[in-house]
Design a protein around this ligand. Structure first.
Ligand SMILES: O=C(O)C(=O)C[C@H](O)[C@H](O)CO
Ligand SMILES: [Mg+2]
Length: 402
């Protein structure tokens, strides 16, 4: 079998998605997600100019060799743009291989390790009352694990609090929206939210929280400690982790489980955190971390150190990425949880898929390949619209992390 063509499809059914489609001389095709939120066109150019021309004539079954060819062959290794492009190729090749074998992808990875994939949904509200109401709705929908984010008194807006409760979409403007942030106000408020949630809903549902890279190590340590009575499933991205030694300090002070990794794109970003057992969950995703080929290496490294997976699954990761993640989750021995932010109806129509939600779990389909397709005619009806993630400033105007 040979790859005969590759095309990049950009579509915006409410938000932008970049999809790679690779076709073979035997009529089988594979698709992969290449969406990098707010920087989509950089990956499009990388694929069109620097990747697709090298793929024509290659054997699609040589997934590992192609991964190494693109990773080592660029000379300039790693980085989100490169690794999203490699991920898209890798995903499309795994799709082709599984379709050619007539098997759902998880069978090629090693087969089923569990019946279904535990997921967490996103409850949020402008204040504690509204957030508690939303958590109740998620419990009613069958969720067993819920991330709770809440507006902070004195701040006009904050990460994770949406106008539309079910479909949160932060990349919302033609130029970056500016938000204002105060760590002091946030740190006082969050423990009150989780006290209320535990009082109202007990300790049955798993509760999670995302600090979205905004704390210093000692602030993160304090928050972790303040949240200990409420037994969180995890505290995510407490610090921006370019300096991974930060996690040593947090770890010394709290037993709240720590999750990190949605912005990582290489196994080397994870290495120290895993090998020093500084985290409990690794959140690298198929699309941002170089595809299944690298993600499973990360998971295998993590397994040695009792670190479990918790793949990123926000709406900017397309249904293609979600479908592949579910095959990975169905197989991976050290599975923890999968993030599941619902895509809009329009997005689900552009990307027909065979996974479904029931009783707090996502269920992987049995279609050969990864089970997600793209309706190109429908995709063409939604042209690209530039959209940026917000930026954040402190109350005195200092530029900060969003
Ligand atoms: O889903 C999460 O945990 C996020 O932090 C979502 C990110 O803000 C989003 O994917 C950025 O594009
Ligand atoms: Mg996050």
């Amino acid at each position: 079998m040979q790859i005969i063509s590759g095309k990049v499809i950009v579509t915006c059914p409410g938000r932008n998605f970049v999809t790679l489609k690779l076709e073979t001389d035997e009529g089988i095709y594979g698709i992969g997600d290449a969406t990098l939120n707010g920087r989509e066109q950089a990956v499009v150019a990388y694929l069109q100019e620097h990747v697709i021309p090298c793929l024509t004539g290659r054997d699609p079954h040589q997934v590992e060799d192609t991964w190494q060819y693109l990773y080592r062959g660029a000379y300039w290794r790693r980085g989100p743009v490169t690794m999203c492009a490699i991920a898209a190729v890798d995903t499309a090749l795994w799709d082709i291989k599984a379709k050619a074998a007539g098997l759902p992808l998880y069978q090629l990875l090693g087969g089923r390790s569990r019946q279904a994939v535990l997921v967490y949904g996103h409850a949020n509200g402008r204040d504690i009352d509204e957030t508690a109401e939303q958590v109740g709705k998620y419990i009613d929908m069958g969720y067993r694990a819920i991330r709770a984010q809440c507006g902070v008194p004195g701040l006009a807006s904050t990460y994770g609090v949406a106008a539309d409760k079910l479909f949160y979409e932060p990349a919302d403007a033609d130029l970056p929206t500016e938000n204002t942030w105060s760590t002091e106000k946030y740190l006082l408020h969050v423990p009150q939210l989780f006290e209320r949630l535990r009082n109202e809903f007990g300790f049955g549902p798993h509760l999670l929280h995302d600090a979205h890279h905004r704390l210093t190590p000692i602030e993160a340590a304090r928050l972790g400690r303040d949240l200990e009575p409420y037994r969180l499933f995890w505290l995510e991205d407490s610090v921006a982790c370019e300096n991974q030694q930060s996690f040593r300090l947090i770890r010394q002070h709290t037993t709240t489980p720590l999750a990190v990794g949605e912005v990582f794109n290489s196994i080397y970003d994870c290495q120290q955190l895993i090998a020093e057992q500084l985290i409990d969950y690794i959140r690298t995703s198929v699309v941002h971390a170089g595809g299944i080929t690298q993600l499973r290496r990360i998971a295998s490294l993590a397994e040695l150190y009792h670190v479990r997976t918790g793949c990123h699954g926000a709406t900017d990761l397309s249904p293609v990425c979600m479908g592949v993640a579910l095959h990975f989750d169905t197989w991976v021995p050290n599975f923890g949880i999968q993030e599941y932010m619902r895509h809009s109806e329009a997005t689900d129509e552009v990307f027909p898929h065979d996974y479904h939600f029931a009783d707090g779990y996502l269920h992987t389909g049995e279609t050969p390949g990864h089970g997600v397709d793209i309706d190109e005619a429908l995709a063409a009806k939604y042209p690209y619209q530039r959209a940026f993630l917000p930026v954040n400033r402190l109350e005195d105007g200092t530029m900060f992390n969003w």
